[in-house]
Design a protein around this ligand. Sequence first.
Ligand code: ADP
Ligand code: ADP
Length: 209
Amino acid sequence: MMVGSIVLFGPPGAGKGTQAGRIVDLTGKPQVSTGDMLRSAVKAGSPMGMAAKKFMDAGLLVPDEVIIGLIEERLQEDDADSGVLFDGFPRTIPQAESLERIADVTSVISIEVPDDAIVERIVGRRMDPETGEIYHVTFKPAPTEIESRLIQRPDDNEDTVRARLEAYHTQTAPLADWYAERGLLISIDGNASIEEVGSSVEAAVRTND
Ligand code: ADP
Ligand code: ADP
């Protein structure tokens, strides 16, 4: 079995993607983002991508069996042998139960952000399609020279955010207790600046070393 993996947990827009690079730099573990994998499948126009897109556009979770299949395949890659950083996975108890059978999760870093802050973060999120860098119109403005190429995700609108938050509270949030019962949960305050959250994330990774 591969060595320990880390889960980056939290509501949509909590700052998981923003902080993932720091953990990758500290641990050398590759980032495995189910959201990014699904968006690649949508872009490639695969049958799985086309089916997943309907759920994503509606702000609903993609069915567990699709997600678990993606993860099983990803963990076969050589770079997963020394553990990975899961970002946006697991999002349901059945996903966590499947993960328990195929990987050793050693810590779950939960970035806590209240709903009212989430909406503003998601509606203002912009992505650089060339580098994958995540920006925010107010909180992390992009350099002017790349502004014109930035994109906004189709699901990053106010209506879809409400649906995503509801999915989070009903299907994903119960996982925090599930991991706390297993002694793996480290909660950090995500309602602070990107730098402050980064320091807390770094401290969480180091205490768990
Ligand atoms: P997630 O991966 O959890 O969905 P992101 O990392 O994509 O979240 O962040 C969502 C949006 O919020 C992005 O536009 C990002 O720039 C911004 N953001 C991330 N962390 C913070 C923070 N601590 N304060 C303000 N804005 C933030
Ligand atoms: P965010 O952090 O902003 O919610 P993600 O990129 O993690 O965005 O996910 C985008 C969408 O992809 C989700 O709204 C959901 O439809 C789908 N998705 C991503 N990861 C999962 C997962 N583990 N289980 C089910 N659906 C997922």
